[in-house]
Ligand binder design. Structure first.
Ligand SMILES: [Zn+2]
Length: 70
């Protein structure tokens, strides 16, 4: 029984990892973009574009970052 639960949890975790890799995060100031997963972000489900604040390593400041799915 625990085995079943563990397998189900593993499946969900794998889905989240796959979803997160599809999302991009882009600095609106300089246009630098990376995958959301590479900056440690996790996003699962949801649609459209959202914005967050983050530090951009290219233009070196606290910037508005756009999160979107190409
Ligand atoms: Zn930037």
């Amino acid at each position: 029984m625990f085995d079943k639960v563990r397998r189900a949890v593993d499946g969900v975790v794998a889905n989240i990892a796959r979803e997160s890799r599809a999302w991009k995060i882009q600095c609106v100031s300089c246009g630098r973009q990376r995958s959301l997963a590479s900056v440690g972000g996790v996003r699962y489900g949801g649609f459209g574009t959202s914005y967050t604040l983050g530090t951009c390593s290219q233009c070196g400041g606290f910037r508005i970052m756009r999160i979107y799915k190409p």
